[in-house]
Design a protein around this ligand. Structure first.
Ligand code: KG4
Ligand code: ZN
Length: 341
């Protein structure tokens, strides 16, 4: 079965085609067009600009993935499109484009939850990964931990009540003068030094959820205090190291609690921040736990993960009711109650 995945939930326009045979899902082609250069000047994503770009990019990217896979649209057996959570206008572009394709060629179309895409993304490279497992989803818009019990069956363990981990990276990076999105650049500097003279507070120990606002304030105060010294590469590197360590430590603390609480020994880490090398290293060091990370290109928003979830849903004949609605908010743990057989 050939499945086309379409992803436009934020500022990446992406299409991918996968072939599913039984449990196995093989990527035939994939393409992502990032809008980072467009939004950079504004220091963040401008929703109206993002929607317009999606509209422009979608036909070109679809054409390209069909060519690479050596397929015609008529040969596609099913389409999965991200229908939430995300920016309303961006989601609408993807959904309407997918609706058009589905109607024109009579191809079954289903809406996919973006977070479920991130949770299952490591299955693209690790088809042996089976349920149950703990999933830590860390990106620019999301920070959450779930117990993944089965396809569409996720139990929320912790979620951020304010900023996401990626935002904490990006906002700190902005204060240090890095261009948006500064997270990976800050991480690169942090990785080039291996210690710090600065101490940031350990936050949100008592609360069951994530919260990065306190840490963000502490980071801002620390940077302000060192303002005149930022030109010194040693101090600058040491600051980056302290920031990365504090954010990663906050993630690890809750992840460790979740593993103990559920007694599960498998963990998936996915979403843009899962590309962070220090985070990967620290998670790989957790004893008696098997870790699964997506390949770097599947950490960030991509359509292969959406096609993967769609392929699995088609294979199990598990359809969500009302799944093509644009949903700016769509908690992944509510999916189970939306299933129809
Ligand atoms: O999943 P993603 O592409 O988009 C969202 O859904 O948000 O994640 C992008 C986020 C950005 O905040 C970016 O700074 C962060 O992931 N990121 C990193 C790294 N690579 C990407 N943060 C820290 N270290 C990295 N290596
Ligand atoms: Zn994402």
């Amino acid at each position: 079965m050939y499945v086309l995945g379409i992803e436009t939930s934020c500022d990446e326009t992406a299409c991918a085609i996968v072939e599913s045979v039984g449990q196995e899902v093989k990527i035939l082609s994939q393409q992502i067009s990032s809008q980072i250069d467009l939004h950079k000047a504004y220091g963040g994503v401008i929703p109206e600009l993002a929607s317009r770009e999606h509209l422009k990019n979608l036909p070109v990217i679809l054409d390209s993935v069909l060519k690479t896979a050596q397929l015609k649209l008529e040969q596609i057996d099913g389409i999965g499109v991200t229908s939430g959570p995300g920016l309303k206008g961006s989601l609408l572009m993807g959904i309407n484009f997918a609706r058009g394709l589905s109607l024109a060629k009579n191809i079954p179309l289903i809406g996919i939850n973006h977070i479920e895409g991130h949770i299952l993304a490591p299955m693209l490279e690790h088809p042996d990964l089976d349920f149950p497992f703990i999933a830590l989803i860390v990106s620019g818009g999301h920070t959450e931990i779930h117990l993944a019990k089965g396809l569409g069956d996720y139990q929320l363990i912790a979620r951020t009540i304010d900023d996401a981990a990626g935002e904490a990276f990006d906002k700190s990076a902005h204060l240090l003068g890095f261009e948006y999105p500064g997270g990976p650049k800050l991480a690169q500097v942090a990785d080039s030094v291996n210690s710090t003279n600065f101490k940031l507070p350990k936050v949100m120990r008592e609360s069951p959820d994530f919260s990065f606002s306190g840490l963000k304030t502490a980071i801002a105060l620390l940077i302000q205090k060192q303002k005149t010294e930022l030109g010194d590469p040693k101090i600058f590197g040491s600051l980056c190291y302290a920031i990365q360590e504090a954010i990663v430590e906050a993630l690890l603390y809750k992840l460790d609690k979740a593993l103990k609480f559920t007694n599960v020994n498998k963990v998936v880490v996915s979403g843009g921040v899962s590309a962070n090398k220090y985070l990967r290293k620290k998670i790989a060091e957790i004893k008696n736990v098997q870790c699964y990370f997506p390949q770097m290109q599947h950490c960030m928003d991509n359509a292969a993960m959406i096609a993967l979830v769609a392929a699995k849903r088609f294979a199990h004949n598990k359809k969500l009711s009302d799944d093509l609605k644009v949903r700016a908010r769509w908690p992944v743990e509510t999916l189970n109650s939306n299933f129809t057989l």
